[in-house]
Each structure stands twice: as C-alpha cells, then as structure tokens.
Design a protein around this ligand. Structure first.
Ligand code: T46
Length: 136
C-alpha cells in the first residue's frame, strides 16, 4: 500500500525549530493546495473517503490524531503526534482520522485544487473501484 511516514529535517537553533516543506524535495508532488483542521471534537471521525487522483501529506503540527488507511485489502493505522513527521497517502486509499486531541491542528498538503468529483465517499463503490484496479 502506497502510504508511509516521511520524516522532515528540523532546523533547530537557540530561537526554536523550523521545518521547510518543498515540492519534490521532502514532499513527493507539486503542492497545489494547503488546508488545515482544528477545533475538532474529541469523539469525531473525519475523512471516510478515498480520492481518485489526489495525493496528500498529513502533518499534525500540534496535538495528535490517528489516521487509518486501507486499500481495501490491508489496513494500517498511524498515530500522528509530531510536527517533524508527515503521512504520505497516494490516490485510491480509503482513510479516516479520529482521536483528535483538543489542541490538534492537522495540516494537509494536497497535489491538486479542491474538486468534489475526485472524492469517493461510498465504501462499497471504493471497493468496486479498487477491485477493478487490482484486476487491471
Ligand atoms: C481528506 C482529509 C484528510 C473545501 O471547500 N475545500 C477544501 O479544500 C476542503 C478540504 C474541504 N472543503 C469543504 C468540503 C466540505 O463542505 O469543507 C467541508 C469539509 O470537508 P470534508 O468533509 O471533506 O472534510 P474531512 O475532514 O472529512 O476530509 C478532509 C479533506 O476534504 C479530504 O480531502 O483527504 O481531510
């Protein structure tokens, strides 16, 4: 499954820490959009969809949350709690995010502009699409 943790190089001096994110350097695509979520309630689940084409990197710049990712066969769970780590997710991976702490800020870098028609929000449909892909 094409999802993995990327470790970012921290630039630390006496004033604190800094991380730079650059397309095709430590982010494996051209960044066309950045969004972030915060004030997420404790028992809320977000996500629960896949993208047909979009690639993304998720970074918990504050607090923590858990991301579950599946390609319809295998399932992986990642706890994001470090601003120096990002979770890369390729296209066609069903994902959800939960267990947000109150201070969580989840920053997302995306390979394209917002496009609702890129979303698959129905799990059965996702399974149909991914089986077709595996069968190709
Ligand atoms: C994803 C996970 C990790 C916009 O208008 N523009 C945007 O760029 C985004 C991301 C969302 N929206 C609107 C669409 C909905 O009306 O904001 C509302 C909430 O979006 P959604 O319910 O899709 O949010 P999440 O947290 O379930 O999913 C988001 C991203 O949408 C999604 O691409 O992979 O974070």
């Amino acid at each position: 499954m094409n999802t993995n943790i990327i470790s970012f190089n921290e630039i630390i001096d006496t004033r604190g820490s800094l991380i730079a994110l650059e397309a095709f350097a430590n982010i494996p695509f051209s960044i066309k959009r950045v969004y972030y979520m915060y004030n997420v309630q404790l028992n809320v689940m977000r996500g629960e969809h896949a993208h047909k084409e979009l690639q993304q990197v998720l970074i918990c710049v504050a607090g923590s949350c858990t991301v579950r990712v599946t390609d319809g066969v295998d399932c992986l769970e990642f706890k994001l709690s470090r601003p120096d780590q990002g979770l890369y997710m390729d296209r066609m991976l069903w994902h959800d995010m939960r267990y947000f702490s109150t201070e969580t800020v989840l920053l997302v870098l995306a390979s394209d502009h917002y496009n609702e028609s890129d979303y698959i929000r129905d799990y059965d449909l996702f399974m149909k699409f991914s089986k077709t892909k595996i069968g190709e």
